[in-house]
Unconditional design. Structure first.
Length: 384
């Protein structure tokens, strides 16, 4: 038998509330899941039964986590223009009824048609140090890669001088309210240390994930995107992880992902195991920064460590916001000294199996850090 709390959780998930003795439901009429959003579009909801409309006091329309309009009287609709870039969007409408109870509906609009490709090349980001110092200037012939005990032929190398494609996913859930200003300042500091030509994509996540800016190379524009982040809602770490991986370029080159979270996942649609599989199939080095609960909850700490370890990255757990700059500085320095090796595996099967990788530098006693392996998923997302 379900408890009253369990019933309440289920009805909220369905966008249903009981108010004044009647059950009210809300659905988004426009846009729909089939909408490819271009130009100014009307966002509109329907509330049933019609008699419940008299109980509506406010309606907030948000797109990708940013408030598009707040209404206090009908019609419960507004116009929003996404601009020149055509992409998928998450629309969230939150209505407050006269007795204070909320009514929420969500819809994800359609992405432009994409296609799947098989991954023929395996990309392996590598960090090489000696005595705590980064080793620069290594060539393709200096490295050796072994997959499942079989030596592989290295096809190419991207040196540490190549531009960086960085994706930064920032937890902006409600628990971040008091720390967010300090976090934003630390993020700006991180972005300021990127080199000319490096591109940064900034993703915010809470109940949903939303794109603040994509492959931006201008520091002022990046800082403006960070300034727009506000805290509200819960945490969807697994959804954000998959979104960040999707946003990394599939082109050869230096790339990295930084995921910052202060809380356990309670809102993701993506299952934990599915997110882990996507991390293991990614060719980007992933860094995780656990703050607050992210640093102190054992299960979440373990998950963040696993994400980083699977890709050859590192996990950081600063205890206070003042420590964030040090963690971010180390991440930027590592990414600035990253090599990327590519090879075509002698194992041509795409069977979702785990393949172990060992990377070494042939001459010299160097410390080499790279991912321990990868998951050969049947299909990878095409490049953006």
């Amino acid at each position: 038998m379900r408890t009253p709390a369990a019933v309440a959780a289920i009805t909220c998930a369905l966008g249903i509330v009981a108010s004044g003795g009647q059950t009210a439901t809300m659905r988004i009429l426009s846009p729909t899941t089939d909408t490819v959003w271009t130009g100014a579009t009307r966002m509109e909801v329907a509330i049933d039964p019609p008699s419940a409309l008299a109980n509506v006091r406010t309606a907030r329309f948000s797109v990708d986590g940013v408030v598009a309009c707040e209404l206090e009287k009908p019609p419960w609709a507004c116009i929003w223009d996404p601009g020149a870039v055509v992409s998928a969007h998450h629309v969230r409408v939150a209505v407050k009824l006269a007795d204070g109870t909320p009514l929420v509906a969500n819809v994800h609009t359609k992405q432009l048609a994409s296609y799947d490709v098989r991954t023929e090349a395996v990309l392996v980001p590598v960090i090489v140090t000696h005595g705590g110092q980064f080793v620069r200037g290594l060539k393709q012939q200096d490295f050796e890669i072994v997959e499942d005990g079989v030596k592989q032929s290295i096809a190419s190398i991207v040196s540490e001088d190549a531009p960086l494609d960085l994706v930064l996913a920032i937890d902006v859930s409600g628990s971040m309210e008091h720390a967010l200003d300090d976090v934003k300042a630390a993020v700006k500091q991180l972005l300021s240390k990127l080199r000319a030509g490096d591109a940064a994509t900034i993703v915010g996540f809470n109940d949903t994930t939303f794109l603040a800016t994509e492959r931006e190379k201008d520091q002022e524009a990046r800082e403006q995107a960070v300034d727009l982040l506000t805290s509200w809602g819960g945490t969807s770490l697994y959804d954000a992880t998959v979104s960040a991986i999707d946003l990394v370029s599939r082109d050869w080159g230096r790339k990295g992902i930084v995921i910052f979270s202060d809380g356990d996942d309670r809102n993701s649609i993506t299952a934990r195991d599915a997110a882990t599989a996507r991390v293991q199939a990614s060719d980007a080095m992933l860094y995780t920064v656990g703050f607050g609960g992210g640093a102190n909850v054992p299960a979440l700490r373990l998950k963040l460590e696993q994400y980083a370890h699977d890709t050859g990255g590192r996990a950081f757990f600063p205890q206070k916001t003042q420590d964030l700059n040090r963690a971010f500085d180390e991440i930027v320095e590592e990414l600035a000294n990253q090599y990327v090796l590519s090879y075509s595996s002698t194992n041509v099967k795409q069977d979702n199996s785990w393949r172990t990788i060992k990377v070494r530098v042939k001459n010299g006693k160097y410390d080499v850090r790279a991912r321990d392996g990868y998951r050969a998923l049947e299909a990878q997302r095409a490049g953006r």
